[in-house]
Design a protein around this ligand. Structure first.
Ligand code: FE
Length: 200
């Protein structure tokens, strides 16, 4: 009996390329459609959008109130809406309570304000462990929280997409909104890092 050796599996980018070419050849996919989606996924859905939301909330108390009451509408006010952003809930950090988000089922993020999820957020280890032992996971990721700060873990549902409104760091008094937005990271809006003011 002749034994067949399976072809080695090509890396994901080559398989994706081959699939896109086959679909384009068959007339099932408009030329350039994949590049268009890639552009949106990397340039339009960006954590820099969420950073602007946070900076606005830090500098405009009325906007902050609106953001906490209706995250979807407040993000849309700044032009950030769309897929995976239909129901955004902003979680307010306080000196007593720290919020961290996860999608234990898969890897959902609020695309319009956080962008696509980073690899570590998709990992089974993060998804399982941050729900069970958040303080330890945060410490391993470099965020050591004082013992009296409560940690609340929010698990993404089918509809809800969370973003954390982190604490504004000391030493940023009088900063412009734009300058503030420049120090807000995706990790801080997920809740695995603090926003730090750079040393001057
Ligand atoms: Fe998910």
């Amino acid at each position: 009996m002749k034994r067949r050796t399976p072809d080695p599996v090509a890396p994901p980018d080559r398989r994706a390329q081959a699939l896109a070419e086959a679909l384009e050849e068959g007339g099932h996919l408009a030329a350039g459609a994949v590049d268009g989606i890639r552009h949106v996924a990397t340039e339009v859905w960006s954590p820099s959008n969420g950073a602007r939301v946070v900076a606005r909330a830090w500098t405009d108390p009325d906007y902050r109130k609106r953001l906490l009451e209706d995250g979807t509408a407040a993000c849309a006010e700044l032009g950030y809406s769309g897929p995976e952003g239909e129901y955004i809930v902003a979680l307010e950090d306080t000196p007593e309570r720290h919020n961290v988000i996860v999608c234990t089922q898969c890897s959902c993020t609020a695309w319009p304000v956080l962008g696509l999820p980073p690899d570590w957020y998709k990992s089974p280890a993060y998804r399982a462990r941050v729900a069970r032992e958040p303080r330890r996971v945060l410490r391993e990721m470099g965020l050591e929280l004082p013992a009296d700060v409560k940690i609340r873990v929010w698990d993404t549902t089918a509809e809800t997409r969370f973003m954390v409104l982190p604490l504004r760091p000391e030493g940023t008094e009088g900063w412009s909104e734009e300058r503030l937005a420049g120090i807000v990271t995706r990790e801080a809006m997920i809740g695995v890092a603090k926003v730090e003011a750079p040393e001057t």
